[in-house]
Design a protein around this ligand. Structure first.
Ligand code: SF4
Ligand code: SF4
Length: 135
């Protein structure tokens, strides 16, 4: 008489691995992970997403600079001081390396020029990299 442990063992042998290779299914070899990520960003390799992005996911902020009225409300509510005011043109600059993706700036903006995108590939060795600045 098989014990429950044996059934569990059989199930594990049949089941597909739950690990999802990321960022690509097959590493091309002889290149570093950074080079691989760059290839994905340049559209030369297809990304194998770790999971599907759920509804209302809060990824990298997008900003419609032209429509911003420079009211600074977003700066007031930002808990991580990720938003700076640019007085010369009365616009803002967001530092993604400081952002905690709380969406409070997005919620309070009176003209809806901020939104949370589905972009989650934000790892970078340089916290001041242009990809981590939104303006
Ligand atoms: S999402 Fe939150 S932490 Fe990020 S910039 Fe907006 S208010 Fe600041
Ligand atoms: S709250 Fe909206 S309109 Fe006001 S400064 Fe921020 S982004 Fe611009």
């Amino acid at each position: 008489m098989p014990t429950p442990l044996i059934w569990e063992l059989i199930k594990q042998l049949i089941r597909k691995p739950t690990t999802n290779c990321f960022p690509v299914k097959h590493h091309p070899g002889k290149i570093t992970v950074t080079e691989l990520i760059n290839k994905v960003q340049d559209g030369e390799a297809e990304i194998n997403a770790p999971v599907t992005v759920p509804e209302k996911f809060r990824g990298k902020i997008t900003y419609d600079r032209e429509k911003c009225i420079g009211c600074r409300l977003c700066i007031k509510v930002c808990p991580s001081r990720a938003i700076e005011f640019l007085p010369e043109d009365k616009k803002i600059k967001i530092r993604i390396d400081r952002c905690i993706f709380c969406s409070q700036c997005n919620d309070i903006c009176p003209v809806n020029v901020l939104s949370m995108s589905e972009d989650f590939l934000l790892a970078n060795e340089d916290r001041h990299a242009p990809e981590l600045i939104v303006k």
